[in-house]
Write a protein that binds this ligand. Sequence first.
Ligand code: AKB
Length: 315
Amino acid sequence: MKKILVTGALGQIGSELVMKLRNEYGRDQVIATDIRKLDNHVTNCGPFETLDVTDSQKMFELAKKYEVDTIMHLAALLSATAEKKPLLAWNLNMGGLINALEVARELQCQFFTPSSIGAFGPSTPKDQTPQDTIQRPITMYGVNKVSGELLCDYYFHKFGVDTRGVRFPGLISYVTPPGGGTTDYAVEIYYDAVKKGQYTSFIGQGTYMDMMYMPDALQAIIQLMEADGSQLQHRNAFNITAMSVAPETIATEIRKHIPHFKLQYDVDPVRQSIAESWPNSIDCAVAQKEWGFQPQYDLAKMTKDMLQKLQEGTR
Ligand code: AKB
């Protein structure tokens, strides 16, 4: 049975991943950690410890204390925040990652950390971006993600650490909102559709990016971590996606449920230029082939579920 340490457990992915892992492997098998402590299901339903991922000593002590065999390292600043605070992003994103990899090396843990579509840049082929292609991002977040992919591969080849990762697209969820990302508009649009019947998008019309519904993202992490390592020719990190959308395509889908929904634009130049440097759509054939990645939610199915869950929440 796996014993898993999760960093960044109160973030957008962590707060749902911890609950799913606890359902799957048992409540006490998942040690949730985060720099802050909130009074919620993650901290109250199973082991929780505060951890600043730049504190390598504490990370090591916790991993040893709980005798973990798997580390899922999620703590990171997202693209828009990283662009505002590049030095902090480098120190946190890269410092946290190397600390977590070192713990995995010393304690021989399996290791997962997410990469992102942000690992691509303007010189990458924009449509159906292949698994292996040019990666010259122009954002600090992208630089962190490419460096992180290389570092994880290095720990695999050099030290035999079983590192695995995916390049996540924008993740959409009704549980914990994201913060500081370029794709956050695709979450906000659903919240505002339900609350206000309208949304003002900071990403411009016609700007396509990949997205995925959170249940598919969580399933992908578990499936990749359980995959037979001998079948993996790639490791860090696999392209995965469920849909390629622009603000107006989401709006059209929302109008099937909320006909009066209005979409306006007030484009934020920083996040727009980040979005324009990323692919329109990525090709996930390699993830399908090597470990059977198969998302369940397309835009129509996700929109129906998102709106239903948010409407239930406001009743
Ligand atoms: C962001 O927008 O920064 C993230 C990502 C795509 O990595 N959601």
